[in-house]
Design a protein around this ligand. Structure first.
Ligand code: HAM
Length: 424
């Protein structure tokens, strides 16, 4: 038979021995902070109708134009693997009439997202986001809480070097004048600009500000902040007032428009220079028009999403011990049939007492079993051979120093639990 090697798809990862400790650590932090802030989890499908993302994220964005995993299912429907979570949350909010639960609704999610981007460090085609959304509040208090939650999460993980950038992209009303000013600014530069920019000049001129190719022209462009109407300006000032009061440091980045079309008023990002070229760790903002735009009743909302792969890259670069995988507490090493029956019985008793217990199911000599127990990081080995069966005892070996104790089988569980307490 021809041997074939099937490999994983470019831009995806197998997360296991090396990194799984980091993932568990971060996932636990997500559950803790979400519970702490009283956000309820939502799990939406991984695929949705393509139209949802076309409408929400926006036809003129890179995400919709270049990065979506879109396919036709057997029923002829156009389906897309979700490139982000906000559109799905907005859809679920409408479809499940969450509005009837009273405002605001505070939701969080954590799961895989898919974007057909060029893979590189910190940029994958399947990546994971932890996101949080507050739906139903127009107040800058909601913007503040969302930013504070993202900030606390990073603090909890001791990622203190990342920097917060904020901006206001105004509401559709004040954005019209700004778009006109931008068009004027770019009109004579357009012939030298990239083909995407030339197209976006007509479809959504704001996108020219986050073009990855034509960056250097942004510096001289007009600032959205000069075009904000009274309400948008005061909303932005209020947010800054709350951030100042909380001692959360930030910088206003007047050219940040974010790569998704649904934003209005607040936009923010947290960036970390330790991440290299993919420096954006958190992205978020307000999307007051989205729910109505996809068929619901008008409902203001604000949220953030954090890329978990980037969080883990930072944890690793800071030499965090968080990712050290937890080995079993006890390894049960037996030799022979009767001994193995006894071994499984001991394992059952230990597990019932809450002790993580690994049974070596290979039929090999004791020396090799011991080597294996050390390799998987067991703290204690239980050795059960002929002598142990005959005398109804068990040999308890402390792996860190090789000390061994023979214990009456009736007292085995208590002895092991005490010993574990002593050595950890
Ligand atoms: P976003 O800025 O597109 O925002 O993505 C948020 C975060 O997801 C980024 O800061 C980054 O950490 C991570 N990320 C994005 N693309 C990739 C990739 N290809 N590989 C690895 N990580 C990636 C959103 O998705 C919005 N839904 C955020 C939001 C929530 N706005 C309001 N509510």
């Amino acid at each position: 038979m021809l041997k074939v090697m099937i490999t994983r798809i470019k831009g995806t990862q197998d997360i296991s021995y090396e990194d799984i400790g980091y993932w568990h650590y971060v996932e636990e932090a997500i559950r803790n902070i979400s519970h702490n802030y009283a956000f309820t989890e939502i799990r939406t499908p991984i695929f949705e109708a393509t139209e949802l993302f076309q409408r929400s994220v926006g036809e003129s964005t890179d995400v919709v134009q270049k990065e979506m995993y879109t396919f036709e299912d057997k029923g002829g429907r156009s389906i897309t693997l979700r490139p982000e979570g906000t559109a799905s949350v907005a859809r679920a909010f409408i479809e499940n009439s969450f509005v009837n639960l009273g405002s605001p609704i505070k939701l969080f999610y954590n799961g895989p997202m898919f974007r057909y981007e060029k893979p590189q460090a910190g940029r994958l085609r399947q990546f994971h986001q932890f996101g949080a959304e507050i739906l139903g509040s127009e107040s800058p208090l909601a913007d503040f809480e969302i930013i504070e939650m993202a900030y606390s999460f990073l603090k909890e993980l001791r990622l203190n070097k990342a920097k917060l950038f904020i901006n206001s992209v105004g509401c559709p009303k004040c954005r019209e004048d700004y778009k006109t000013a931008l068009k004027k600014y770019y009109s004579d530069k357009l012939p030298e600009m990239c083909s995407d920019c030339q197209r976006r000049y007509e479809t959504n001129v704001l996108r020219l500000l986050d073009c990855k190719v034509d960056r250097e022209r942004v510096a001289g462009a007009p600032s959205i902040l000069d075009y904000l109407d009274v309400d948008c300006r005061s909303h932005f000032e209020e947010l800054q007032w709350y951030l100042d009061k909380a001692g959360i440091q930030y910088e206003v980045d007047q050219f940040m428009v974010r790569g998704l079309d649904y934003y209005s008023r607040t936009a923010f990002e947290v960036r970390s220079s330790s991440l290299g070229s993919q420096d954006q760790l958190v992205g978020g903002g307000r999307y007051d028009g989205l729910i109505e735009y996809i068929g619901g009743k008008s409902c203001p909302a604000v949220g953030f999403a954090i890329g978990l792969e980037r969080i883990i890259m930072l944890l690793k670069s800071e030499n965090s011990k968080a990712g050290i995988p937890r080995g079993p507490e006890v390894a049960v090493l037996t030799f022979g049939r009767e001994e193995s029956v006894k071994g499984f019985d001991y394992a059952r008793r230990l597990r019932k007492a809450g002790v993580s217990t690994y049974v070596d199911v290979m039929e090999r000599n004791m020396r090799n079993k011991m080597k294996h127990a050390a390799r998987i990081g067991a703290k204690i080995s239980l050795i059960i051979g002929k002598e142990e069966i005959e005398r109804d005892i068990v040999t308890v070996r402390v792996m860190s120093d090789g000390s061994q104790f023979q214990v009456d089988s009736d007292y085995m569980v208590d002895y092991v639990v005490d010993k574990l307490r002593d050595i950890t």
